[in-house]
Design a protein around this ligand. Structure first.
Ligand code: SF4
Length: 172
């Protein structure tokens, strides 16, 4: 848990999630995934308890992409904070909203993790202030809701953060 973000955990906790990453996201048959899956379609290897039935054999079964994937703690946050532990299986009318919220929360958490890493670079005062400003936007005082998350994805902050990282290339 980052010291400057005391309430945010940026590592996955699959035991406190509803396997959003195995449902919400699409993947294409490739050397990373063994078959084509549409977004919002549960992976055929997902069981009723939100566990992967081939977890110990992902590499040999052709799912290297699952090994590499990291939700940066977005999944358990959407599950516990926004949907109060409700699963898309038991509440199908909310499923699409859950998946949409998960995709944005994943962006939020991935950027928070990247900003944490950027703090270790040799940055000037203005750049450190910019990181703090982005962290405040990504970690608002009012708790995230599915509506505020979905609205956030088009407000321009993600593009601003991407541009900020492009400008940091000479610091890496
Ligand atoms: S193979 Fe397992 S980890 Fe990968 S998406 Fe399917 S259920 Fe999830």
């Amino acid at each position: 848990m980052p010291a400057n973000l005391p309430n945010i955990k940026l590592e996955p906790d699959c035991t406190n999630c509803a396997a959003y990453c195995c449902v919400a996201l699409a993947f294409d048959r490739s050397n990373m995934f063994a078959y084509d899956k549409q977004a919002a379609e549960p992976c055929k290897h997902l069981d009723k308890a939100h566990s992967c039935t081939i977890h110990d054999d992902l590499d040999t079964q052709g799912f290297k992409g699952c090994i590499r994937y990291n939700c940066f703690g977005a999944g358990q946050r959407v599950f516990s904070e926004i949907f109060a532990g409700r699963s898309w299986r038991d509440h199908p009318s909310e499923a699409q909203e859950m998946f949409d919220a998960y995709r944005v929360m994943h962006n939020v958490h991935e950027f928070l993790a990247m900003l944490q890493a950027a703090r270790k670079l040799n940055l000037d005062t203005a750049q450190i202030s910019q990181i703090e400003a982005f962290e405040t936007e990504l970690n608002p005082t009012s708790p995230w809701t599915s509506a505020t998350l979905i609205a956030f994805q088009t407000c321009g902050t993600f593009e601003e953060i991407r541009a900020f990282f492009t400008g940091l290339r000479d610091r890496v």
